[in-house]
Design a protein around this ligand. Sequence first.
Ligand SMILES: Nc1nc2c(ncn2[C@@H]2O[C@H](COP(=O)(O)OP(=O)(O)OP(=O)(O)O)[C@@H](O)[C@H]2O)c(=O)[nH]1
Ligand SMILES: [Mg+2]
Length: 376
Amino acid sequence: MDDRDQQLRVFLVDIVTKDTTPELLEDRMNELESLLTTYGGIVVLKKFQKKDQPDYQTYVGKGKLEEIMADMQRLDANLLIVGNVLKPSQIYHLNEILRPIGAKARDRVDLILKIFDKHATSMEARLQVELSAIRHMWPRIFGMGMDLSKQWGNAGGGKWAMRGIGETNTEIMKRHLKYKVLKIEKELKEYEQMRKLHRDSRIRKGMPTIGIVGYTNTGKSSLLNAMTKKGILAENKLFATLGTHVGKLYIMTDPETGQGKEILLNDTIGFIRDLPPKLIKSFSSTLEDSIESDLLLHVIDASDPFIDERISIVNHILDEIGAKQKRIMLFNKIDLLDKTQLAELKKHFPGKENVRISVKNAVNLEEVKTAIISNL
Ligand SMILES: Nc1nc2c(ncn2[C@@H]2O[C@H](COP(=O)(O)OP(=O)(O)OP(=O)(O)O)[C@@H](O)[C@H]2O)c(=O)[nH]1
Ligand SMILES: [Mg+2]
């Protein structure tokens, strides 16, 4: 059954190490809540547990789990979302334990995948989401040597990959899924090759490309829209962008002669903490245009209290996917900062390459163009 068939009444729980600061705790919980809101659901209660070593079987500590279940029953909650990345067996056990009270359990990656699934509109994005879902569910289906039909019914993700197979035996399912993975990979390869052809032709024409990257919801699509009048969906939602969007930007380099440069801007899927590498890998064909670009614009939400952490998460993911080109940092949403905060931002990130902008109020967008030209 799909989660969305019923009203989701959700219990959010986050397991953190004992040294986690209250600020980070709050931020993690807020992000988890935004993920849920993006997906759709009502939070009936949120709790955290400080525990350095997650429970081997259920991730959440046993005592805590009892407490949670009592609360869930009292508040009529039907979904437990654990804000961490769980092992397949842990999710399985949680679901088994929750079954008698008519509730299910999901982890952070499940939730992100559900959002991806909901937001993927282009054929390519759909294929990528399906591939990540299969990769994510695989160990849950085959890795534990458990009763398959029972397990699948509970571990969630029902509509992914398994639809139409019926509950036959493990080997048939495995073969079917392997075949499906190969088929999707082949189709994605075709998209990839098409992109490569386009890239090569742009290189031949001497047209530079720029990748817009950054944490989710920082204003990447808004920036592309503002600079190229593209009209891409920009929303106060996590992972609004899943496919790629490209826009053409013309920058005048010599006002006297009227000469300029044509540049392609690529929008990219936003990054988030705890995004498993294999999940990012599924998006490689859309990420490639950015990874292979001549320059990266790293869009940052300047009003974010956890700005340093977000920047390092993005840099880490970029390193991981092999992006080596220069990165210009664009501190967006400065309209949300007061004078003191703006001065602090300048002090904290003094580099000349850093541009402070407000896409919303069209502030300093010319500076972005200057920074692009001087870095190409
Ligand atoms: N206050 C303020 N809000 C902004 C600014 N730029 C963008 N936003 C808002 O930030 C939210 C996210 O914008 P998007 O452009 O969708 O962000 P994104 O980085 O593409 O997000 P994903 O595709 O979900 O990763 C939207 O509600 C925008 O209206 C800005 O300069 N100031
Ligand atoms: Mg976007």
